[in-house]
Design a protein around this ligand. Structure first.
Ligand code: TXA
Ligand code: MG
Length: 371
């Protein structure tokens, strides 16, 4: 299939009209939202939605979010909204919040993977809103990555995954938030976060009072996440990633990187600007460390995380060492993604050895941080 690259800069109205025409005709189009790029099709045409699953290689048991441009559009999709659902819509829409509500019979089974609920979100990105209006239907859209890869936050990363697989890619520049929307189940007795995202737990609690978090999100393999998508290994770079957490994270990471250089290893480093500067000053010239910084605070980490994980694949390090942040605010969402990307290989300050798993062409290796 030939994939059209539609640039918004040149002719915004023309590009959106063309993309909307393709969606109305049952085709799949990638488009920007304020969180990540989406892979959109007419959410009420089952055959069109099936093309999304094919393009992504997405398991059929993983339901999709329906994107709307006007809160009123939700009523035909659901049999009813409770007070929590209405409060969330009033406070956080448009924006990075998805609500799970009881589904109506209008919604095709393929969208909900057979569940009796449907996930709905009203994005704030002007291009997404204009596209939904022009298409004249709710747009079903997962993130625009091949299943298993980090969600794309710019058109280049979408093109890497989707060229030849979708009718068009609408290039609207970089996404501002960088992690996906928060998914909240409004049908449970206490509203429950099924996926942490752009709207923080603290913001939800301010509005609703008590909010629960799906206990399966801590990575315990014995628990089944209520958002089916959260059970899949996701976001993982090709090289094994080890994550330092806790107060001493920056210090221990610096020591581990210095040690890896003495051993001549090609190490990837994920850290903030301050640690990058310190590392660059302390490492000898000709070092083999690929030091990628996200910038300064949690919003910078959220915005750049997926792009950086993809960049590591482009430089193929032997392994990657990353630095965690606390879980307040956006920290909950970014640490959820980072821990998954690391396959829950978490290091604490007192860990003096890192067992680097084989897989990228060398046998298991023991890195002793301090001798
Ligand atoms: O920010 C976002 O939400 C992006 C942009 C494109 O809007 N979309 C996105 O979609 O992240 P996707 O498909 O990659 O993730 C949707 C998540 C999955 O974990 C899925 O299992 C869950 O939402 N989900 C969808 N419908 C659900 C339902 N009825 N009940 C529980 N979880 C549901
Ligand atoms: Mg996704």
């Amino acid at each position: 299939m030939e994939t059209k690259f539609l640039e918004l800069k040149k002719d915004p109205e023309g590009a959106i009209a063309e993309a909307a025409g393709l969606i109305a005709a049952g085709e799949v189009v990638a488009f920007p939202t304020e969180t990540v790029y989406g892979l959109g099709a007419d959410g009420l045409q089952a055959e069109a939605v099936a093309k999304i699953f094919a393009a992504k290689g997405r398991p059929a048991d993983n339901p999709l979010i329906l994107h709307i441009a006007d809160p009123e559009q939700i009523h035909v999709l659901t049999t009813g909204l409770n007070a929590n659902a209405r409060a969330l819509m009033e406070t956080f829409w448009p924006g990075p919040l998805t609500i799970v509500v009881p589904r109506s019979s209008v919604v095709p089974d393929i969208v909900t993977a057979g569940l009796d609920t449907v996930a709905v979100r009203m994005p704030s990105h002007p291009v997404a809103a204009a596209l939904i209006r022009a298409a004249g239907c709710p747009i079903a859209a997962p993130s625009a990555n091949v299943s298993g890869k980090p969600s794309p936050t710019n058109a280049k990363d979408v093109a890497e995954d989707m060229t030849g697989k979708v009718a068009a890619i609408l290039d609207g520049g970089s996404c501002g938030i960088g992690v996906e929307s928060t998914v909240v189940d409004t049908t449970s007795p206490v509203p429950t976060i099924l996926r942490p995202g752009g709207i923080t737990r603290e913001m939800l609690e301010d509005r609703l009072g008590a909010v629960e978090i799906d206990p399966a999100l801590n990575g315990d393999p014995a628990l089944r996440p209520r958002a089916p998508g959260m059970k899949y290994r996701h976001y993982a770079p090709k090289a094994p990633l080890y994550l330092y957490e806790g107060e001493q994270a920056a210090l221990r990471l610096t020591e581990a990187v210095q040690r890896s250089q003495k051993l001549g290893l090609h190490v990837g480093v994920l850290c903030d600007d301050a640690v990058k500067t310190r590392l660059e000053e302390s490492l000898r010239r000709g070092h083999r460390a690929e030091i990628f910084s996200w910038g300064q605070g949690k919003p910078d980490l959220a915005e750049h995380l997926y792009e950086l994980l993809r960049d590591f694949d482009r430089v193929s390090p032997d392994f990657i060492i990353g630095m965690g942040v606390d879980e307040k605010g956006l920290g909950l969402a970014v640490m959820n993604r980072l821990r998954k990307a690391a396959g829950y290989q978490i290091l604490q300050a007192e860990d003096n050895t890192i067992v680097i798993k084989s897989g990228s062409g060398f046998p298991d290796l023991l890195l002793t941080v301090k001798e």
